[in-house]
Design a binder for this molecule. Structure first.
Ligand SMILES: Nc1ncnc2c1ncn2[C@@H]1O[C@H](COP(=O)(O)OP(=O)(O)OP(=O)(O)O)[C@@H](O)[C@H]1O
Ligand SMILES: [Zn+2]
Length: 631
């Protein structure tokens, strides 16, 4: 195995050209041509701040930086370009101004273009990407990474991708061609899945009680879609979870308390069969006593020392008080936010009270926040190392590009570029081979079955008599294949389009078509849907293969379909050998926690590498999957 990033030769693949020598690949400060190349940076967070600084100090002069976010107080410990006075301001704009101060725009002629916006916006489409010589990602979510990958492939611009998780991280290079995988050539790990019945009725770990709080109870009481049917709405529960007219928030919270921690547990205890084969039964809390205690207490304001565990009385009082505050926030809340103290207090209290019900050891508010927010604490040094490696890979590509430009155009050019540049996928801090800090590996080759870069077909195996077009669009095209605004055709028939240009009639018409099953739409097993996403310049065929819903193995395919096109799907068993200790997979593993239908076992637990932004999806089973027998 190679020992350093810059001095290794490529042993794994046949070499069309010998790599350039290190001195040709790395920068020389006099090389004005390389340093004047156009660089696009996506993300001005932990990695982005380090990266723009390193680029500027290396001497790069034309940098564009995009970030959608504003500066939060929690960013200041590591995003060193930001100060307290910048809280609430645009990350990309402040990053630009801070760098200009020390890189001195007048002396060096540095030109930083800052954009505040989502990289998925139309203004950052193909023409925008084509303006750049290289794109460098410092993102924190899979969706944006996939989108950038697709635009880089379409624009034929090299992409340097990165991610960190605590002390671990990785930098990879992507370019269309045989000798280099795109970001989506390798499937990404599956989200963590929990069965609804475990969360609702039989939790056995602290994580179960937290996910119950963040993904079931929180959205039911405070979420943007709280009126929608919820997995908590069994029989009399709907009343318990519905606020009466003119009912005070805290009074409603007390009713919820009495239902969730006492009444519901008593009901469950009556189901003898449920507990016959279990070690222990749950215990109902005495809500009257616990809530009365609150009234005798003097009014409290904060939530106390985050590291100290609450007593049961404290947890009960905080459950009611934090819920009251969240009700006051009303529509300003859409989902659980780990940076909202009231939300974290509510979730911690709920988890603790559930732990008391089920005899599970509970944790402090600090620890509960870590679990609920899926937080792996960021390490500034790792971000700095990763940013340095990104710049090294970028320099290698840009310098090799120059040598190549003189030689040839056309097919095979990208393969030669990757070889000449001696590009590396570098893994930091995984220590699984000889305890080296850096593990540089030859890039993976293109996956010939990749739907995104190898023009392969995706295959959807599903029950065509039960799967609607809307299911295909939301669960397959958007969720699994990450399309943005897909257009779907069957032969010459347009089945679906979206975007702002559509008029109301068209939207209504497509909604009606969406409700029809694939069979109703005239599709047979082996039939093809053509999918086109202009916003990503992505086009592929989706071959539909029929299988009766009952024949699907529920454990393996809880959603009732199988997507066989190799690449962009979120597949199981995705970790590659070099990622065997869990984190630092290609980019970032999914942060999402997914709740699956009752009776489905946990499919796989993939620890999320990083960095906050946990977005938990409480997916209601589709009408079709609801019909299936559960265990
Ligand atoms: N679609 C997107 N378009 C533009 N910028 C994005 C997009 N998605 C994420 N980002 C930005 O990428 C950056 C990632 O940085 P980082 O992982 O350090 O996250 P953070 O939000 O700053 O910190 P944390 O999540 O740890 O609180 C963030 O600043 C985020 O706003
Ligand atoms: Zn690919």
């Amino acid at each position: 195995m190679a020992s350093t990033t810059t001095t290794t030769t490529n042993n794994n693949n046949e070499t069309p050209d010998a790599p350039l020598a290190p001195e040709q690949l790395l920068f020389s400060s006099t090389d004005s041509e390389t340093l004047s190349k156009n660089i696009l940076m996506v993300g001005a967070g932990g990695i982005g701040c380090e990266l723009i600084k390193t680029l500027a100090l290396t001497g790069f002069r034309n940098i564009s930086i995009i970030d959608l976010d504003t500066i939060d107080i929690s960013n200041l410990n590591r995003q060193f370009l930001f100060r307290k006075k910048h809280v609430g301001m645009s990350k990309s704009q402040v990053a630009k101004e801070s760098v200009e101060k020390f890189a001195g725009s007048k002396q060096t002629g540095i030109n930083i273009e800052a954009y505040t916006g989502n990289i998925k916006e139309e203004r950052f489409g193909l023409d925008f990407f084509k303006k750049f010589d290289i794109v460098l990602n410092g993102l924190d979510n899979l969706e944006a990474r996939r989108h950038v990958n697709r635009l880089c492939l379409s624009a034929n611009v090299p992409l340097v991708e990165s991610g960190t998780t605590g002390y671990k991280g990785q930098v990879t290079v992507h370019l269309r061609g045989k000798y280099c995988s795109c970001f989506e050539c390798a499937p990404k790990p599956v989200p963590k899945s929990f069965p609804i019945c475990t969360l609702r009725d039989t939790p056995s770990t602290f994580v179960h009680t937290i996910v119950f709080a963040t993904d079931l109870l929180f959205p039911r009481l405070f979420g943007a879609n709280k009126e929608d049917p919820s997995d908590l709405d069994e029989e009399e529960a709907r009343d318990a979870f519905t606020r009466k007219e003119n009912e005070a928030g805290t009074a409603f919270a007390k009713r919820v308390f009495a239902y969730v921690f006492e009444k519901k547990i008593k009901d469950l205890l009556e189901r003898e069969d449920m507990w016959a084969n279990r070690d222990k039964k749950p215990e109902a809390l005495d809500s009257e006593t616990l809530l009365k205690t609150k009234e005798e207490r003097t009014a409290t304001t904060g939530y106390g020392d985050a590291h100290k565990k609450w007593t049961m009385e404290e947890a009960s009082e905080i459950f009611v008080r934090s819920a009251g505050k969240l009700f006051e926030k009303g529509d300003r809340i859409s989902e659980f936010d780990k940076d909202d103290d009231d939300a974290v207090a509510f979730v911690t209290a709920t988890a603790q009270l559930r732990c008391a019900n089920y005899g599970i050891e509970y944790m402090s508010r600090f620890d509960a926040k870590g679990v609920a927010g899926n937080i792996v604490h960021a390490v500034a040094t790792t971000n700095a190392i990763i940013s340095g490696l990104i710049v090294i890979e970028a320099l290698k590509i840009l310098n090799a590009q120059k040598h190549l430009d003189e030689k040839e155009e056309g097919e095979g050019k990208n393969d030669r570029l990757i070889k000449l540049a001696n590009s590396r996928y570098t893994f930091v801090g995984n220590f699984n081979a000889g305890r080296q800090l850096l593990q540089p590996l030859a890039p993976d080759e293109q996956n010939p079955k990749c739907v995104v870069c190898a023009n392969a077909r995706a295959e959807l195996c599903c029950d065509i008599s039960k799967t609607t077009l809307a299911d295909v669009i939301s669960k397959v095209l958007k969720k699994k294949l990450n399309t943005n605004e897909p257009t779907v055709l069957k032969g010459d028939d347009m089945l679906h389009e979206e975007g702002e240009d559509l008029d109301d009639d068209e939207v209504e018409n497509y909604a009606i078509i969406g409700k029809r099953t694939l069979q109703d739409l005239g599709l047979e097993s082996g039939g093809i849907l053509c999918v086109d996403d202009n916003s990503q310049e992505l086009k592929f065929d989706l071959v539909v293969v029929h299988q009766n819903l009952e024949e699907f193995d529920e454990d393996a395919f809880p959603e009732g379909f199988e997507l066989r096109g190799e690449t962009p799907k979120v597949a199981e068993g995705a970790e590659k050998e070099k990622d065997e200790d869990g984190a630092a997979t290609d980019g970032e593993a999914s942060d999402e926690i997914e709740i699956v239908e009752e009776g489905v076992e946990i499919t796989k637990a993939v620890e999320s590498p990083r960095l906050g932004k946990t977005k938990a999806i409480a997916s209601s089973p589709s009408p079709a999957s609801k019909k299936r027998k559960t265990k």
